[in-house]
Design a protein around this ligand. Structure first.
Ligand SMILES: [Zn+2]
Length: 377
């Protein structure tokens, strides 16, 4: 075991202090470079893929006929340049704070530590992408390609607060509702107008009626606007909507409904524009035996139970769950992703690293993986 608290805290500090918001390609590249420099003496290959959103770093070890695991991670954060000034990297009671520390720079540290300690020759492929926080538009193709080639996919997003893994993730659809009505004077000529705002109100109620909390389908109309003055019947209105679904079936249902919405006032035109950028990670039976294995390892390491949870947030695991068994949330444990109190609970780090290392070593046994594939595809 090569776990060394001071060494890995130092690497985490370097990574956090290399600010890398999505879109800031120099910072993202600098963070990736830190990782490359940590893995010099080993027999690894790496390549940089240039994209319009920045560099994708791929680190890998090939072994004839064996697929190994795919590790998924991202170097970008949601925090704008300069955040460090009032949210510096700091340690308090074995908790480490700073922008992107949990999501997911500590996940990168776990990846480096696990790879350094892998038994010799274990094949794997590790992707460190630049645009996860903005939807992975430039990365999802290579993610899917590598997932097809891998025996299993491990995602280094943060786990739950007790360490739990994320075995189901919602798909996220972002839609814009656009309504055009007809303006008229609200006092002199109301019957000539067709109110887009009134239609908007009815559309919103219709949208919320489509929710299904039991199946995990939630709808949020987060932004509305419309009209120009109180005494003018509104000629236009629009809304921005966030839709989360847990299953492909629910996604299809919603997509179909939004392509042909009801018209409450026939003189008004309503259209929904948008799509599901990430598909749902269905409660993913293909990964069940991997989850069982993770539980066993975790129990042995920490003496505690490893739970599996369904969450509303999406990750790049949403892209891979259909292509290879996917365990998500294998990264650091802490609290406050995307929030100012974002921090990592360092006590978990040595177990997270050891869990990932053991899982990666198991992924090498391709006979078993072949079984998993045929039973579950
Ligand atoms: Zn993340």
């Amino acid at each position: 075991m090569i776990w060394d608290d001071n060494k890995w805290k130092e690497l985490l500090g370097d990574l956090v202090q290399t600010e890398s918001p999505s879109g800031f390609v120099e910072g993202i590249r600098a963070a990736q470079q830190l990782i490359v420099e940590e893995l010099p003496a080993l027999e690894l290959k790496h390549r940089f893929h240039e994209t319009e959103n920045g560099t994708i770093l791929e680190i890998f070890r090939e072994l004839e006929g064996k697929r190994g695991a795919l590790l998924l991670s991202h170097a970008d954060t949601v925090w704008p340049l300069g955040t460090l000034e009032n949210m510096p990297f700091r340690e308090e009671e074995n908790r480490l704070y700073g922008p992107g520390v949990l999501d997911m720079k500590a996940g990168l540290v776990i990846g480096v530590a696990a790879i350094k300690d892998l038994s010799p020759g274990t094949p794997f492929c590790w992707l460190i992408t630049p645009d996860e926080e903005t939807g992975s538009e430039a990365s999802y193709r290579i993610i899917q390609k590598r997932a097809r080639q891998a025996s299993v996919t491990f995602v280094l997003e943060p786990g739950g607060e007790d360490g739990s893994l994320k075995i189901g993730r919602s798909g996220v659809g972002i839609y814009r509702m656009m309504i055009s009505g007809k303006e008229s004077h609200a006092g002199l000529d109301p019957e000539h107008g067709a109110s887009a705002v009134r239609e908007l109100a009815q559309q919103i109620l219709w949208l919320y009626s489509l929710e299904n909390r039991v199946l995990g389908t939630t709808i949020n109309v987060g932004v509305i606007e419309g009209g120009i003055r109180p005494n003018v019947v509104a000629g236009s209105a629009q809304a921005l909507i966030d839709i989360r679904v847990r299953t492909q079936k629910e996604r299809n249902r919603l997509q179909q409904l939004l392509s042909a919405p009801p018209q409450f006032d026939n003189r008004v035109r309503t259209e929904y524009h948008g799509s599901f950028a990430r598909p749902p990670m269905d409660h993913n039976t293909r990964a069940e035996s991997w989850f069982g294995l993770a539980k066993e390892i975790w129990d042995r390491l920490s003496g505690t139970d490893l739970a599996g949870i369904n969450v509303g947030g999406a990750s790049d695991g949403n892209f891979t769950a259909r292509l290879s068994p996917t365990l998500d949330g294998l990264g650091a444990v802490g609290k406050g992703s995307h929030a100012r109190n974002e921090h990592v609970n360092w006590d978990f780090m040595k177990w997270r690293y050891a869990l990932l290392k053991e899982l990666m070593e198991q992924a090498e046994e391709d006979e078993k993986d072949e079984d998993l594939r045929t039973n579950w595809s």
